[in-house]
Design a protein around this ligand. Sequence first.
Ligand code: ZN
Length: 674
Amino acid sequence: MVLATSLLTTACGSKENNSDDKFDYSVEKFADLQILRYKVPSFEELSLKEKELIYYLSEAALEGRDILFDQNGKYNLRIRRMLEAIYCNYAGDKNKEEYKQLETYLKRVWFANGIHHHYGCEKFIPGFTPEYLKEVLLTIDPSLLPVADGQSVEEFYAEISPAIFDSSYMAKRVNQADGEDVVVTSACNYYDNVTQAEVEEFYGKLKNPNDKTPVSYGLNSRLVKEDGVIAEKVWKVGGLYSPALEKVVYWLRKAEGVAENDNQKAVINKLIEYYETGDLKTFDEYAIYWLKDTDSRIDFVNGFTESYGDPLGMKASWESLVNFKDMEATRRTEMISDNAQWFEDNSPVDNQFKKDEVKGVTAKVITAAILAGDLYPATAIGINLPNANWIRADHGSKSVTIGNITDAYNKASHGNGFGAEFMFSDVERQLADNYGDITGDLHTDLHECLGHGSGKLLPGVDPDALKAYGSTIEEARADLFGLYYMADPKLVELGLLPNMDAYKAEYYNFLMNGLMTQLVRIEPGNNIEESHMRNRQLIARWVLEKGASDAVVELVNKDGKTYVLVNDYQKVRNLFGELLSEIQRIKSTGDFEAARTLVESYAVKVDPTLHAEVLERYKKLNLAPYKGFVNPVYEAVLDDNGNITDVLVTYNEGYAEQMLRYSKDYSTLPSINN
Ligand code: ZN
């Protein structure tokens, strides 16, 4: 119980920490983006050796920045450097509207690591004219511009401008439209001069269906056709992106020298070996070492990791995250995991679909120290790696939630007017103020640590039986497992929630989001595509409909505006339990038809009238739907012999300031011919 009490004070206590009030979480806002900053609590309390390790790993993280720009599109580095040259050297009128538009465009390019929207993948078009760009360019010293050898500024402009202004040229970074050649029509830089059929044939030949431990084919290379020959150009030291990877390796070696223990040393060493050879078998060995290193306080991701940026889902974008374990918050997730069997045994799911022996995943809560590559400035709040299916099956996976990032999101959203606009009354707003943050975190933990790991398939059921509906059903299952238990006295007993009212904050928020407010991310006329969003609407609409006869949840109209009203929270819990039971049945038996009916009936379609109203109300709040972060600045303090005696962390760097510093200090790749 002592453990439980201390947990509670951590969860709630962050709000009472006075020093927090002075910390400015919001940096700036432009286009549809808001830039925040995050704190790195407890960094000062780490030992010198730990700080040193974080410092070296952070340098290794920042050195990879140019790789992602180039992966996202072949003109990106040139466009970024051209805009930076203008930003730093233009002597003309900087108060002119067109110049301000140019500045915004550069900020968007920095944010997206290229010329396509980081989330929607469509090209964003600048608010200045091609003529203006040309006029400005001609005033800049050509030696400061990323022109090719022998190229005049006019020729450079002619080459680069379609990528910036022509919305039909390189229109999408990742195109997944059914029936199109997704390789040819995607602007990402993972393929050159090859068709989708050629790519599929190339990798089809490499794959052996009997291989129980297949490497992640294509993960770390660009596939190109030159002189009629199709071949991989591997990203490694001595290969593509070598100048960047050499620097990454340089800092990793330093990190290896101050590793916490032999396991961690071996992890770093394997990663270096992989960068030096490009060998994907070595990468898998590294991933297993990394997975098994659970004792180290400090941990990191550094490499070609997620494949969302490739329309075929093979090639991985470069990213890095350096972090250390949040001891207090991790005790919270450990407590959930330690009780995993109790949660499984007591769930409303039919006994035949329950696991006899459940192993809770220990999702540790981490404190991010630096975000880089595809995790910067926009970042995930939780990560589960490695991605290779056979490694996950044979060795498991590591799941983390990033506590200080979630905290920064929460803090920045307090008092932004969202609750005032969309919540029914002060009762709901009070619940959100008192319990919104802790219940939000707890629901995420339950979802990750228990939800995904609960239940079992009946013997002989194909795990892919639900096909395209599989991921929505899976997310719904994990969310419902968490929602059902949010209202259980067990959580109060374990000290994870302060009282039996707290869960209502999460219930209200979840229903409001699923029924209304998540629609702010959808363009008018579009359906819901993303599986987490589908899952939320599925659950919320289902509960609304099934509880209609008892008016459990209602959409009510007040002064011409629609609100979610929850009349009976306990009945909402029962409905969550009922739906969880049905969703688990669908998953366990592979009932494709039932999955399709549920998803198509509740999760996909949007009520156009309500959608328009939500968009209109949201617009008036003038909030940015997407957020990203500037990093803290780490400074190594050296003695006369060049040894590190301390590492200092500061938080006052601005967005443009940070981006320009990164472009100067971590400018690893040439503008052309990567
Ligand atoms: Zn999930």
